[in-house]
Ligand binder design. Structure first.
Ligand SMILES: Cc1cc2nc3c(=O)[nH]c(=O)nc-3n(C[C@H](O)[C@H](O)[C@H](O)COP(=O)(O)OP(=O)(O)OC[C@H]3O[C@@H](n4cnc5c(N)ncnc54)[C@H](O)[C@@H]3O)c2cc1C
Ligand code: SF4
Length: 349
């Protein structure tokens, strides 16, 4: 009788891994530290996802239901792993709730942490209530309340979206591109224009990275159909004149200083390494890569292998990833675990 596979984190990657294992009759224990499954799209209340346009609560909610309904997945919410010892095929696990398990392998699907905009104080977050993050705008849309200025609930007439907040910024130790925030911002800009047709939306960028097929659907469509304006700029600071927020910087195409008033400023926040990663690395005895994400030991052999045999990783725990790629990695890593264990499928513990 085979033992279960441990999955840490119940976001898109972890849900995909659990579903894959369950669909071929292998049991798993899914440990999620928060009180509910779904990862960032559910816990942070995302609205319509790119590129499908499906509401996060429906798309990822469907993945949650599939796992919760699967009797081969034992879900433990509100728990973390406190110790993990043994060898591939035979690990002993202890959880923060006192539970003990024996598992054959572990897949870390512990995701990322949203960049905290207070670490970019010159751009006004935490000082001016109408400076918000993309996550907050997602929540305004998904709650059905519409996009409103938090200070007085008025409909904004001018919105600035600042890209690369907490990404591609060496001054604050975050060199990576977070991959998805250009596309998410173009999508949010279109959603604002759709809800508030009189509102002017400007996106301030260093480069636009609506990669792959997203170029047509988001970059060009947002300009041609929704009249969103893109300004290549270096933003110096966001202040207030007591009435409007003032975005100051340099238009880097015409090389002129800019000082422009807005009702609302949105930070397109990036994807930091999970703040738990130092603890996760110590508990599981694995290496982190140089930025603090979980290190991937082998890109072309076993999918998701870490520095410790029997411990695997999938999704945005490895670095900024989209939902699609996190799901694909969750499925593929589940398969890699079984391949490495080389045990017959169809047996559950
Ligand atoms: C504002 C914003 C909007 C986005 N919108 C989109 C979009 O529309 N489309 C798209 O493709 N991508 C989008 N993304 C990216 C998307 O959030 C990620 O691709 C996705 O969440 C990654 O899934 P994951 O399962 O790897 O990680 P997560 O979603 O981060 O899930 C990880 C899970 O692990 C849990 N966890 C963490 N640490 C521990 C621990 N120590 N023990 C137990 N559990 C733990 C967490 O609570 C969480 O439930 C967006 C990102 C941002 C910042
Ligand atoms: S995806 Fe766009 S906004 Fe996000 S870090 Fe990369 S370039 Fe900046």
């Amino acid at each position: 009788m085979s033992k279960p596979i441990l999955i840490v984190g119940g976001g898109p990657a972890g849900l995909a891994a659990a579903h894959s294992l369950g669909s071929i009759g292998r049991s798993s224990i899914l440990v999620e530290k928060e009180g509910e499954l779904g990862g960032a799209p559910i816990l942070s209340g995302y609205a319509k996802l790119v590129p499908t346009g499906e509401w996060a609560k429906d798309a990822i909610g469907g993945m949650v239901k599939r796992v919760v309904d699967d009797s081969s997945v034992r879900v433990q919410t509100g728990a973390t792993v406190t110790s993990f010892d043994g060898e591939p095929g035979n690990f002993k696990v202890e959880l923060s709730n006192g539970d003990k398990h024996e598992v054959e392998a572990a897949i870390l699907c512990s995701g990322f942490t949203h960049f905290d905009s207070v670490n970019k104080p010159e751009w006004g977050f935490g000082t001016f209530p109408d400076v918000v993050t993309t996550t907050q705008v997602e929540q305004m849309i998904s709650s059905g309340g519409g996009v409103r200025c938090p200070s007085d609930k008025r409909k904004p007439k001018r919105v600035a979206i600042l890209l690369c907040v907490g990404s591609r910024d060496r001054q604050i130790g975050r060199e990576w591109c977070s991959k998805i925030c250009c596309t998410v911002s173009s999508n949010i800009a279109m959603e604002i224009r759709e809800e508030l047709p009189d509102c002017h939306v400007y996106i301030y960028y260093m480069d636009i990275r609506t990669f792959g097929l997203y170029e047509t659907k988001y970059y060009w469509r947002s300009q041609e159909e929704f009249k969103v304006k893109y300004i290549k700029a270096r933003i110096a600071e966001v202040t207030s004149d007591g009435d409007k927020l003032i975005v100051k910087g340099e238009d880097t195409l015409v090389k002129r200083p800019i000082t422009i008033p807005f009702d609302m400023v949105v930070h397109a926040v990036g994807m930091d390494p999970n703040v738990d990663n130092p603890d996760i690395a110590a508990t599981f005895g694995i290496d982190l890569e140089e930025h603090g994400y979980v290190g991937v030991a082998n890109r072309y052999g076993a999918m998701g292998a870490t520095s410790r045999p029997g411990v695997y990783v999938a999704g945005s725990a490895t670095g900024p990833e989209t939902i699609d790629d996190s799901i694909a990695q969750g499925h593929a890593t589940a398969m890699a675990v079984l391949t490495d264990l080389k045990q017959p499928v169809g047996e559950t513990a």
